[in-house]
Design a protein. Structure first.
Length: 114
């Protein structure tokens, strides 16, 4: 299983970015997929998740601003991030569990700064 995250970059406060996580070796339509983020000051935290049935969950700080979605044909999960704030600056990782093992993408850096 491999997860390839992309889409990070530098954006001004109030701006938007869309992260992508392309999966191989497993089918995202059968598994829960999640986005996490981490900064040097904080532990890695769950940002959003989406189940095989497309039920979604968000941490309180991103509700109403971030949207997790998936394309089962492309086997890719997305995180649309709007109204970005400086405190959203972090390395973002995608994650899944498959056959009792955790798999993480390599991380993509999001920097929100003017």
């Amino acid at each position: 299983v491999q997860l390839q995250a992309s889409g990070g970059g530098l954006v001004q406060p109030g701006g938007s970015l869309r992260l992508s996580c392309a999966a191989s070796g497993m089918l995202i339509r059968l598994n829960t997929m999640a986005w996490y983020r981490q900064t040097p000051e904080k532990q890695r935290e769950l940002v959003a998740s989406i189940t095989s049935g497309r039920n979604t969950n968000y941490t309180d700080s991103v509700k109403g601003r971030f949207t997790i979605s998936k394309d089962n044909v492309k086997n890719t999960v997305y995180l649309q991030m709007n109204s970005l704030k400086p405190e959203d600056t972090a390395v973002y990782y995608c994650r899944t569990s498959y056959r009792l093992r955790d798999y993480w993408g390599q991380g993509t850096l999001v920097t929100v700064s003017s």
